[in-house]
Write a protein that binds this ligand. Structure first.
Ligand code: HH2
Length: 261
């Protein structure tokens, strides 16, 4: 899953793809580099980010989704927590709704996903983007994230979403310290054991910068380390800014794992 942020303020690529033509050109590159999915987002969720009005988010993402879908570059995922944006994106050709609030922010989101039959990704977040990094605390981060995802999956199913259309994501960096992120990666098999495909989005995140001393655009190798480990522990979708190296690393990781099968 390649990241396409149509925003002025995303933490690592803010402003690069705000223009629709630049965004579509980047989607072409992501697809050529091996992304099967392009995740289009019009609102940054970085720590401290403020919310974007619906009309502005629609203006940013809909033309981009339309063009990626029309060119059949990749399956389009819409990264939003607003049902109006998800609905317009689905009409424009999106087939996955990536909701970082796991259907908690908008009471109409679950019904929309159920009625449209799209796939959805439910992610764990402690608090909300504005405040989530203010001293997050867990007794056991992995069991608390697992329990949360299990409950959100049950909620989605109760609202009419088919269970086999739900993906789960531990939300690396969303209300977690570096230590919490490392523990989630180490014990990812416990999230995989919930029985749904697991998405991991560690790409370029700040804990990798703290570990390596690298800037936001220089964390590809650090990201690849998380991808290989997460693949080995059973994750199946990797949300990354640089799919080219990811694809190669996954091919080799899978070949090694299959050699033991
Ligand atoms: N991370 C970000 C945004 N959306 N969705 C899922 N499912 N999982 C993630 O880990 C995830 C996500 C944050 O990264 P990015 O899009 O690069 O930055 P920003 O939120 O600043 O636009």
């Amino acid at each position: 899953m390649g990241v396409l942020n149509v925003t002025p303020d995303s933490f690592s690529d803010g402003g690069d793809f705000l223009d629709a033509s630049a965004a579509v050109a980047h989607a072409r590159q992501l697809a050529a580099d091996g992304a099967a999915i392009v995740d289009v987002g019009g609102e940054s969720t970085r720590p401290g980010a403020s919310t974007v009005p619906v009309a502005e988010e629609l203006r940013r993402v809909v033309p981009v989704v339309e063009r990626i879908a029309a060119e059949r570059l990749a399956t389009v995922s819409i990264d939003t927590s607003k049902h109006e944006v998800a609905e317009a994106a689905i009409q424009a050709g999106a087939r996955i709704v990536n909701d970082v609030t796991a259907l908690r922010a908008d009471p109409e989101m679950a019904a929309l996903i159920a009625a449209s039959g799209t796939l959805c990704c439910l992610m764990h977040m402690h608090g909300e983007p504005r405040t989530m990094q203010d001293d997050p605390h867990y007794d056991d981060v992995v069991s608390e994230v697992s329990r949360f995802l299990e409950q959100r999956l049950a909620f989605a199913v109760a609202e009419g979403v088919a269970e086999e259309r739900v993906w789960l994501d531990p939300g690396i960096g969303f209300g977690k310290t570096g230590r919490h992120n490392l523990e989630l990666l180490l014990r990812l098999d416990e999230i995989v054991a919930l029985g749904r495909p697991v998405v991991v989005g560690a790409s370029r995140k700040s804990f990798l910068g703290r570990l390596t001393g690298r800037g936001e655009r220089d964390r590809e190798a650090a990201t690849l380390a998380t991808t290989v480990l997460a693949c080995e522990r059973g994750a199946s979708i990797f949300r990354v800014h640089e799919p080219r190296g990811t694809r190669d690393a996954l091919k080799v990781t899978r070949a090694v794992l299959d050699a033991g099968a």
